[in-house]
Structure formats: structure tokens, C-alpha cells
Design a protein around this ligand. Structure first.
Ligand SMILES: [Zn+2]
Length: 99
């Protein structure tokens, strides 16, 4: 829980009331916290499992609403990557943006 108590960038102590729960299900909570001092943000997944409470978090430049938006999109597949590669390689990107 240390990650969620302190800003990993400037070590400022978070106010727990500033944490926003983005999602929760079956003992797992996805939370978002923005540091009151340096304004950096973290998104963390807190799991309450059979081995106790654990958390994993990362610093993000997204805000809470953007995390909600991207969370609902489907994952990028290998086919998506190949299609984008071929799009760029085939010169379509230059045609679209007018280069
Ligand atoms: Zn901070």
C-alpha cells in the first residue's frame, strides 16, 4: 500500500480522499491518484487475494477519464500492428496527411 500512500515522483503523502476508484470487481480495485504537489498521476490495481493485499501501479500521463476511455477499447493485436505497418510502408500515411 506504500505506492498508494506516497507520490513515487516527489514522495508527497497522498490524501486518501484524493484517490478515485475507476473500477472494482471481485476484490480488485483500479484507482487513480494525482499528486497534490507535483501533479504527476498514478494508476494502481489493488488486489485483495488469498495471499493478502497486493498492489501494482505505474506513473501515467493520462487523466482518470482517459483511463476509462482506453480501458474499454479492445487490445491491440498482431494483425493491427501488421496492418499499420503495411499502411505506413505503402505510403498511405503520406497520402492521408498530405506529405
Ligand atoms: Zn508528487
Amino acid at each position: 500500500m506504500k505506492l498508494v500512500s506516497y507520490c513515487p515522483v516527489c514522495h508527497y503523502h497522498y490524501n486518501p480522499l484524493e484517490a478515485r476508484v475507476l473500477d472494482e470487481s471481485e476484490g480488485a480495485h483500479l484507482i487513480f491518484v494525482r499528486c497534490g504537489r507535483c501533479k504527476s498521476a498514478i494508476v494502481a490495481l489493488i488486489l485483495n487475494g488469498s495471499f493478502g493485499i497486493s498492489s501494482v501501479g505505474l506513473v501515467t500521463d493520462l487523466d482518470g477519464d482517459e483511463i476509462d476511455k482506453f480501458r474499454e477499447l479492445s487490445s491491440i493485436t498482431a494483425d493491427d500492428v501488421i496492418a499499420n505497418y503495411e499502411f505506413i510502408r505503402g505510403g498511405e500515411l503520406e497520402r492521408v496527411v498530405g506529405l
